[in-house]
Design a binder for this molecule. Sequence first.
Ligand SMILES: C[S@@+](CC[C@H](N)C(=O)[O-])C[C@H]1O[C@@H](n2cnc3c(N)ncnc32)[C@H](O)[C@@H]1O
Length: 259
Amino acid sequence: MSTPVEGWHGWDAYARFYDWENAQTVGRRDVRFWADLAARADGTVLELGCGTGRLSVPVARKARRFVGIDRSAAMLRRLRARLRRARLTGRAATVRGDVRALPFRPDWRCRLVMAPYGMLQSLLSDEDLAATLDAVAGVLAPGGTLGVDLAPGLPRWGEYARRVSLRGPMSGGRRVTLIESVRQVPRHGLTIFNQEFVETRAGRRTSYPVSIAFRTLTVPQVVERVERAGFAVDAVLGGYREEAWSPDAEIWVIIARRS
Ligand SMILES: C[S@@+](CC[C@H](N)C(=O)[O-])C[C@H]1O[C@@H](n2cnc3c(N)ncnc32)[C@H](O)[C@@H]1O
C-alpha cells in the first residue's frame, strides 16, 4: 500500500468507516471537555478538521455559533447530514478548506479554535504546523482560546502487518473487518496506518484500502510552536478531566490564549 505524502490524504476513503471505528475506540470520551470549552467561549467556535461531526454536533449545541472546516468532502457530507438531523443548520456552518490557509474574510473572528483528536498531527511538517498556527492567530479574537489535544503515544506503537484489529456489524446489515498495518518513520516522527476495511453485505465482499499518516512532536516542541505563533499557553493537561500533565499521559491537552 502507498504512503500518504500529505496529512489530509486518505480521509475521503476513511469517511465510510470513520464513525464505525471511532465508536469502538475514542467513543465519547472527549465530548464533554470540548462542549464545556465551547459553552464558556462566549462567541463563535471554529473546529479545525471537524470530520464527520463526532464532536461538532454536541459542541454546536453549546456554542453561540459553530463553524467546522475540513478538507475532506466525504467527511463533511456526513457532518452536514448530522447537523440537519440535529436541526442545527441555523447556527452551524461547514466549510470545505485547508487549515493551513483558512478561507475566511480578513475581518472574520472567532472566540475559540479547537484542534481536537490529534488534528494537528495531520500536519506532517513544521512548515504546515506553522502555517496553521499563523492562520489560527489570524482568525482568533484577542484573548480568544486555542484548544489542542494530541495523542502522544503514536510513535511508541509497535509496528505490525495485516493484523485484524476490529471486526463487527455496521449499519445497513453490513459486517466489517479492519485489517491494519502500522509503520513508523522515526526520522520524520511519522506513524503510518495502512488499513483495509473489508465490508460484507448479503454475501458480497468489498475491500476498501485507507492510508493515513500522523506526525507526533513532544509537548515542549508543540508549546514552543504555539508560543512562536503569538499565543500564551495557559495550561498543559494530561487528559480530558484536566488531569495533571506527565510525559506518559495518554492524551495531552494544550490551552492557549491569543495575546
Ligand atoms: C482525526 S480526524 C478528526 C475529526 C473530528 N474532529 C473528530 O474529533 O472526530 C482529522 C480530520 O482532519 C481533516 N484534515 C486533515 N488535514 C487537514 C487539512 N490540512 N485541512 C483541513 N482538514 C484536514 C481530516 O479530513 C479529518 O476529517
